[in-house]
Design a protein around this ligand. Structure first.
Ligand code: PMP
Length: 273
């Protein structure tokens, strides 16, 4: 397995990043996960835009997006696989313990792992912890994902595939690695970015392609929604067949089924929408 580390392809087994990298000591980094089909990254331009936006939000020096593009192409060419999960990580880089990071020597890693298509449908749980819609990191895709890891573990304990957060004012927000959509009276709604959710790339495409509305939604909308679905890079559109103890139609839901079809058609027709 070959990865890209700071300017060149390297063997994964021998590639080295300092244990004092700011990304490791204080979680000072940003990342992107992309889907790669037959060696081609999907929606690369949108992912690079968000990587740069997240880096700016964290005060990191602007990443060299030309290098990131080259790195993605090189890693995909060096590791052929039918369906890949491409990961770009960009961190604060080496800095002595307790000191600020510098303006140079940031760490860029691009790696790919083989993955499989996600199931068409999943169960989800709501969790008692809130997303902060007014935090310094709100909306940035930083490497500080521990809260998501904890919430997802809670979902797995319950036999579910995703956990959903409300924000601090009790509005539905997002999942640990996905955005959420609900169907009410045949119309599709999703929380606005102001709810504190990540501006998901799949979310944006689903809004454009299905006409979904961005609406403030109380968490208990999940008790009355006719259908619920999730979006994310590795899920595309994934139906929800259970929220906590409430059963839902899952992939049988007509609006969800149509959204899945539209997404497959449109995403299949354009690699960089
Ligand atoms: N929210 C969070 C917290 C995420 O980690 C992700 C996955 N990147 C998403 C939403 C979905 O975003 P995207 O469609 O860009 O994968």
């Amino acid at each position: 397995m070959k990865i890209w580390l700071n300017g060149e392809l390297q063997e994964l087994d021998t590639a080295r990043v300092s244990v004092l990298d700011h990304g490791m000591t204080v979680g000072d980094g940003v990342f992107e996960t992309l889907k790669a089909m037959d060696g081609q990254a999907f929606a690369l331009t949108r992912h690079l835009d968000r990587l740069a936006r997240s880096a700016r939000g964290l005060g990191l020096p602007e990443p060299d997006l030309d290098e990131v593009r080259r790195a993605c192409a090189a890693v995909l060419a060096a590791n052929p696989m039918p369906l890949g999960r491409l990961r770009i990580t960009y961190t604060g880089g080496l800095a002595p313990l307790g000191s600020d990071r510098g303006d140079e020597g940031q760490t860029l890693v691009v790696a790919v792992g083989e993955t499989v298509r996600r199931p068409d449908s999943t169960a989800v749980v709501t969790v008692p912890w809130t997303r902060n819609e007014r935090g310094a990191l709100t909306g940035l895709k930083t490497t500080s994902y521990a809260e998501n890891v904890v919430a997802l573990a809670r979902a797995h304990e319950d036999g579910a595939g995703e956990a959903l957060f409300a924000n601090t004012v009790g509005q539905l927000c997002e999942g640990t690695g996905s955005n959420v959509f609900v169907v009410l009276d045949g119309e599709i709604h999703t929380p606005p970015v102001a709810s504190g959710c990540l501006a998901g790339i799949t979310r944006a495409l689903a809004v454009e392609w299905t006409g979904a509305r961005e609406t403030d939604l109380p968490l208990d909308v999940l008790d009355r929604a006719d259908e619920v679905f999730l979006t994310s890079t590795l899920r595309d559109v994934q139906a929800v067949h259970r929220v906590d103890h409430r059963q839902l139609p899952g992939a049988q839901g007509p609006v969800t089924a149509k959204a899945m079809r539209i997404f497959d058609e449109r995403a299949g027709a354009d690699l960089d929408p």
